[in-house]
Design a protein around this ligand. Structure first.
Ligand SMILES: *Cc1c(COP(=O)(O)O)cnc(C)c1O
Length: 225
């Protein structure tokens, strides 16, 4: 188990550097550390360095980690595919869900969100490139889904998320991120007040920040040796 400290620090430094390069406000980009497949000790190490936002993709894997770290002030983000029988636990144990593309799931999350907790933060997952993933709402249906999400009392719609098809060239990586940013701007023309663009992973983080990401989801670049 390698110590993620140096990689984590290097990623934080790169984020701050890209904020300057691409004329982003200082600290306008948040690092979400993606810890799927990582043991709870690794999360603890990063928490002790000051990392407080963690992303998990699989509920069964996440629940024991959340329980083990329940005394710490951690913000848990669910970023994986959501089956309807998992919505209750997700609504109870996470503060954010990034991967919703369907009204039925939105309704179930709102219904299950405990009343003593703040509204559950939601990003709608948008499908922008055909090959990338089966998940995500088509951009043509996005406005309808966003309006529906905003009617649900226990949800707070925060923004959009996407997982583009892998591209190696920087200019190609930028295309879907620019599209997602444009979709968020369109939604905000009608005062929806959305503030989150969840985009960029280990291999395309720079392009995502260049195009306006407010939250990057990074796993491999932190945990690989
Ligand atoms: C695993 C995962 C990530 C992290 O990807 P890396 O390439 O390891 O940085 C980000 N977002 C989602 C939705 C993931 O499932």
């Amino acid at each position: 188990m390698n110590d993620p400290k140096q990689n984590w620090q290097a990623i934080q430094n790169r984020i701050r550097e890209y904020e300057i390069t691409y004329h982003r406000k200082p600290h306008s980009v948040t690092l979400l550390v993606v810890t799927k497949g990582q043991p709870v000790e690794q999360l603890e190490r990063l928490f002790n360095l000051g990392q407080t936002a963690f992303g998990e993709s699989y509920l069964q894997e996440a629940l024991p980690k959340i329980a083990a770290l329940s005394a710490k002030k951690i913000e848990w983000h669910f970023i994986g595919p959501i089956q309807s029988n998992k919505t209750k636990k997700i609504a109870e144990c996470f503060q954010w869900v990034h991967s919703v593309d369907d009204k039925r799931i939105l309704k179930r999350l709102s219904d299950a969100r405990p009343v003593d907790l703040p509204a559950l933060n939601i990003c709608l997952q948008v499908k922008l490139s055909k090959e990338a993933t089966k998940s995500g709402v088509d951009s043509a249906e996005l406005t309808d889904l966003a309006d529906y999400a905003m009617t649900l009392p226990r949800l707070k719609l925060r923004g959009l998320m996407t997982i583009p098809a892998p591209e190696t060239a920087f200019v190609d990586q930028c295309i879907p991120f620019k599209q997602l940013h444009a979709l968020l701007s369109q939604l905000n023309e009608n005062n929806r007040g959305l503030d989150t663009l969840s985009m960029g992973m280990s291999d395309d983080m720079e392009a995502a920040i260049a195009e306006g990401a407010t939250l990057v989801r990074i796993g491999t670049a932190i945990f690989s040796s």
